[in-house]
Design a binder for this molecule. Sequence first.
Ligand code: 2BA
Length: 110
Amino acid sequence: MKLILAIIQHQDASNLVDALNEEGYRVTRLSSQGGFLREGNVTLMLSVEDAHLDHVIGVVREHCSTRTRYVSPMPPIAESGEFYPPAPLEVQVGGATIFVLNAEVDRLQA
Ligand code: 2BA
């Protein structure tokens, strides 16, 4: 078994979860936050048979888009009276950041 952790953007989450559910994959959706942009994103956690790994990554790829975001850096310290507007920094976010770990799954049922 493999455990897939997929960090994706909010905008893509519902469609991707629906697509995975429709194909019979169980998914846990966690709210998370990127350390760089400090914006909310979504982390999906799902375990799959090794043979399904490539297919599931393909489904993630199909539903997650790359988007451009602009970040305003902190303005530099200037002499009084001087103003240096900082140029916004362009970053590409997504489609998805994926981690794959070896896993064992135990379901405890009372
Ligand atoms: P954030 O940390 O908010 O990063 C958002 C985007 O900002 C990143 O997109 C990347 O394009 C850019 N970025 C991140 N750190 C940067 C830096 N030090 N300098 C310049 N640009 C930087 P993605 O690479 O698509 O990452 C999207 C989200 O996936 C990240 O949100 C973070 O939550 C997660 N992530 C990405 N790489 C990770 C890693 N190696 N470990 C853990 N989480 C990761």
